[in-house]
Write a protein that binds this ligand. Sequence first.
Ligand code: AMP
Ligand code: GLY
Length: 417
Amino acid sequence: MKVLVVGSGGREHSICWKLSQSPKVTALYCAPGNGGIAQVATCVPIKATDVDAMVTWAKEQAVDLVMVAPDDPLALGMVDALEAEGIPAFGPRKNAAIIEASKAFSKELMKKYHIPTAKYETFTDMDAALAYLDAQGAPIVVKADGLALGKGVIVAQTVAEAKTAVRDMMEGGKFGASGATVVIEECMTGPEVTVLAFCDGEHIVPMPSSQDHKRAFDGNRGPNTGGMGAISPSPNYTPALARRCIDEIFLPTVAALKAAGRPFRGVLYFGLMLTPDGPKVVEYNARFGDPECQAVLSLLESDLLDILLACRNGTLDSLDIRWRDEAACCLVLASGGYPLSYQKGFPITGLDEAGKTAVVFHAGTAQKDGQTVTAGGRVLGVTATGGELNAAIDAAYAAASQIHFQDMHFRTDIGRS
Ligand code: AMP
Ligand code: GLY
């Protein structure tokens, strides 16, 4: 089969790496891809959000399956556009991807179907939002309704801070149209866990749990990033909790989407907080998380292509998906200054040495004059596995110590904070 993966980050590299191991994949393409993905797939210079160009290219090449990995093209309806042209595509349609693209929608869905989450109100009127903040007090959480590159959430410690966030979003136009509607919700506490799940519209197969590390610096300090590292499985996610999440959160969510006429086929991301009152949903995403995907897929034994096809065909329940009974750690090596401003174009050394004991997924790299250079904020995801979590963490750090580029920054406490 000819397979096209849409996207260009570490997540897409790990998806291509896994698909390239499938004997059924005869040709693998990635659009636009990056300097590392080029080692396992043919990169096609089409922007991930260019729906028309993607459909045209996939049709010309008679691609058998398009795997749409990032949130933006899913929210734009790339899967719908591909299917309208008869091209099989993996990922939720636009009407189901809304579970990530609109927090107001997802909160409403959870309320209607009694899925545990933080108490909230939605506002399109700024004065009403400000009055609500006065009434509720702090700490409190302010969220832009739409997609905002993971930066549209402010966990405010004071009412003044929350009011500034509301004004920035609703009056200042921060996040554009995404901030015209805001969700204000109760501040929850507890460890965070990610559970990614394959869905075929009706059935759901959770993958091993994982844990992202969103803050830029050690000790969970500094600004929020796209994610500085991930471990899988999460030591906090016990079998008893897993049972409870399946019954109280995962199955009800898939049933709710189906009942709403929005069957979800793809990877559903459950961002959970293990609060003193039990597990609650922090957020849904309509795709694999990054870097969680890099850690989780490195534990997958089964053929990923079979799973993607089963999600499309509604046959997920008849598939036996196998995982290695091990642990994984993905350590992100970032450009100094990320997530704010940083420089690009620095040569990267030590990739071959690191690759002997870990899989080095590329997030933001490019090939220049025969050399791999930095080309983004998150540059590499050094991913290692081990029998125990600590062994996986040590192996990821040992491999990363071989790699150098100017201003390289990473957290020293992934899996240990
Ligand atoms: P989100 O983009 O919705 O995942 O939010 C980003 C981060 O903000 C989450 O990973 C949490 O750490 C934090 N957060 C979001 N909502 C809440 C909440 N209701 N209570 C406490 N922390 C939250
Ligand atoms: N790692 C969080 C996300 O992909 O949204």
